[in-house]
Design a protein around this ligand. Structure first.
Ligand code: M7G
Length: 183
């Protein structure tokens, strides 16, 4: 028998089509709940670095859509890792795989229930990886998740990563959203 995961996960793919709304461009690919099915899927799809710019992959717990509006996300926010352009070749795929393994392996211990999913944005101006959590007001959980993420990605202690509340991202006027937490 296959090795079961604690949760069932859904992979989403976003491709930028200007004739459709952002929501219509989000496509549900497939769901899985075993280690073997995860690797079968991972080995079958393009690496993040090979996606067309403007595309995203999202992996979310089944039942949570990869959008701010979902009931699972609307009180939440994300830890955001902004990559430099040159990191697409060195780090993007490694970071994204490590984030996927953190999610399906429930690497956040007592706080894994607060994980909703993760998103990789492939962008010309610099790629981004976000880890989305359910409730921005649960500060201990948010901070512990951020610390563990930083450890697991081997991000140097002097590099600061920030957590942004989705409501702030949604309502932002400029190009940057304020950080509510940093680690
Ligand atoms: P992005 O793709 O997260 O980052 O957001 P980018 O600016 O680097 O491309 C781009 C735009 O996509 C936003 O300004 C929104 O118009 C739309 N968008 C992104 N997200 C995550 C959402 C969402 O969760 N819900 C809705 N309705 N629109 C979103």
């Amino acid at each position: 028998i296959k090795h079961p995961l604690q949760n069932k996960w859904t992979l989403w793919y976003y491709e930028n089509d200007r004739n459709k709304t952002w929501e219509e461009n989000q496509r549900e690919i497939t769901s899985f709940d075993t280690v073997e099915d995860f690797w079968g899927l991972y080995n079958h799809i393009k690496a993040a670095s090979d996606l067309r710019q403007g595309s995203d992959y999202s992996l979310f717990k089944k039942g949570i859509r990869p959008m701010w509006e979902d009931v699972g996300n609307k009180q939440g926010g994300r830890w955001l890792i902004n990559l430099e352009k040159k990191q697409r070749s060195m780090d993007l795929n490694n970071f994204w795989l490590e984030v996927l393994l953190c999610l399906i392996g429930e690497a956040f211990d007592d706080f894994s229930d607060d994980i909703c999913g993760a998103v990789v944005n492939v962008r010309g101006k610099g790629d981004k990886i976000g880890v989305w959590t359910a409730d921005a007001s649960r500060s201990e959980s948010v901070v512990q998740i951020g610390r563990r993420l930083k450890e697991r990605l081997n991000i140097a202690p002097k590099v600061v990563i920030g957590y942004q509340i989705h409501k702030d991202t949604m309502n932002k006027s400029g190009s940057v959203t304020k950080n509510t937490y940093t680690v």
